[in-house]
Write a protein of this length. Structure first.
Length: 322
């Protein structure tokens, strides 16, 4: 596929949107990739990454090897994701603590529109497809009710968390950040990114070294998980596309409970920074919310999130010029 600079610029923007989604529990970067029309290309490109690339490089040169893995596409996309995560981690953390209703309202609108978009991609509806949606919706809903595990910083556990989280991050409808939350490693991951930046900018070598080690462990786990799971996803999209779309739709429907803006806090704890954070909560109606429910503003922000998907869909449907 021939692409111009403008096309890769939009791919970077899509990567930025994916990175922003991946930072927030309840929202999947894979959903953004799917809506923006690059999901199947992403999965296939990752699946093509193997040691055979070095053989191609040796025999036919770097350019041929690079093109065989769709290297420029992957570089542009992952650059966008990295830019987003590194720049937005602190902002997202701030909004989660200070403007949770508006933040979750935006993502609720985004995921709600995504459910409709992915569901309409199903070409052949059957009892099996409907059953798959129902079952995965129920499973996803109960996952959102789970209480996070106690946090641990052990090397093997961070590898495991990176492995599991990246699988969720590339699967539309399943939030990698939420899986990290369930595993008790979300705070560690967010702090790792923030400490990496702070250690680099302030010259605090000890802080940077500790953060870099944790980042490396999460990254290695993510690379392994990405490679292992991409092959299965690639096969599913080629041979069982309607079924995988039904499963993804169900996961997204169930995940709406997690990102419902109005919550009643059931359990809290004090994090490593001495800040009280929510461990367990439940969805409630706005009129039962303690405090200002910001209903009008929240509905408007839901609309903005919904419109964002329509815009991404528009650009996703635009094909690069030959």
């Amino acid at each position: 596929m021939h692409r111009r600079f403008k096309d890769y610029f939009f791919i970077i923007l899509k990567g930025i949107a994916m990175g922003a989604a991946d930072v927030v529990p309840g929202v999947s970067g894979g959903t953004i990739a799917f809506i923006s029309g690059i999901y199947e290309e992403l999965i296939e490109s990752i699946d093509n990454l193997n040691f055979g690339v070095f053989k191609t490089w040796k025999k036919e040169g770097f350019k041929t090897a690079w093109n065989s893995i769709n290297g420029t596409f992957l570089l542009a996309l992952f650059s966008g994701i990295a830019i987003s995560i590194l720049s937005l981690a602190k902002l997202i953390k701030h909004l989660l603590h200070n403007e949770p209703i508006l933040l979750w309202s935006f993502f609720f609108g985004l995921v709600l529109a995504s459910v409709l978009y992915i569901a309409k991609q199903i070409k052949n509806w059957s009892p099996k497809i409907i059953l798959a949606i129902i079952i995965t919706s129920i499973v996803s809903y109960f996952i959102t009710l789970a209480e996070p595990f106690a946090s641990t910083d052990s090397s093997m556990y961070l590898l495991f968390c990176g492995f599991i989280a990246i699988i969720a991050m590339i699967l539309p409808g399943v939030s990698g950040a939420f899986i990290l939350l369930i595993l008790g490693a979300y705070e560690t991951a967010i702090n790792t990114v923030n400490n990496l930046i702070e250690g680099l900018t302030t010259g605090n070598f000890d802080l940077f070294k500790d953060a870099l080690l944790k980042f490396f462990l999460l990254g290695i786990g993510a690379v392994i998980g990405l490679k292992v799971f991409s092959k299965l996803l690639n096969w599913m999209f080629k041979h069982q596309k309607n079924l995988i779309l039904a499963i993804l739709t169900g996961f997204m429907i169930g995940s709406l409970n997690k990102i419902w803006p109005w919550k009643e806090i059931l359990k809290t704890r004090i994090n490593s920074e001495g800040i009280e954070v929510t461990v367990l909560d439940k969805s409630i109606l706005p009129n039962a919310y303690i405090g200002d429910p910001q209903i009008i503003t929240a509905i408007a922000v839901v609309g903005v999130g919904f419109a964002t998907i329509l815009i991404l869909e528009y650009f996703g449907n635009k094909k690069p010029e030959a």
